[in-house]
Design a binder for this molecule. Structure first.
Ligand SMILES: [Zn+2]
Ligand SMILES: [Zn+2]
Length: 140
């Protein structure tokens, strides 16, 4: 058997100055339709890959941090590039062992699909997910 997946996964901002490099597979890939994610991405839903922090291999570039209250208690600290504004990764005060990474920043159309979508009660009416995706009306 041949493993064709690259050893490392690199997520970069639009200007490529802010990046995070990870190894191994994400613990979970999740999409979120909440209005905070809509505003953060400028798109109609966000897709996040959560990796164990022990899988962070490298980080480059300066980031600014936008902190907001999470759906649950606690805060989300979004790290975005001060040059181009792209959010590349974030940390949740409730899940300190994990880092959330914006899946679009990998630029990899073969990246694993989300296993679930949350805040479906805020989902744009035309968005449909494949049957393999578990749908939660709010946060699970
Ligand atoms: Zn940038
Ligand atoms: Zn969200």
């Amino acid at each position: 058997m041949t493993d064709t997946s690259p050893a490392f996964k690199v997520a970069e901002c639009a200007c490529r100055k802010l990046s995070i490099t990870l190894q191994n597979e994400p613990e979970i890939v999740s999409s979120c339709n909440c209005t905070d994610c809509q505003r953060r991405t400028g798109s109609v839903f966000g897709v996040a890959a959560y990796f164990a922090k022990t899988n962070i291999v490298a980080q480059t570039g300066d980031s600014k941090v936008f902190e907001r209250k999470a759906d649950s208690d606690g805060t989300v600290s979004m790290h975005f590039c001060p040059e181009c504004g792209t959010t590349v990764y974030w940390r949740l005060s409730m899940y300190r062992e994990y880092v959330g990474v914006a899946v679009g920043c990998f630029g990899d159309a073969g990246f694993p699909a989300p296993e679930r979508t949350v805040w479906a009660n805020r989902k744009h009416h035309w968005v449909t997910f494949p049957p393999s995706v578990r749908v939660y009306p709010e946060a699970p």
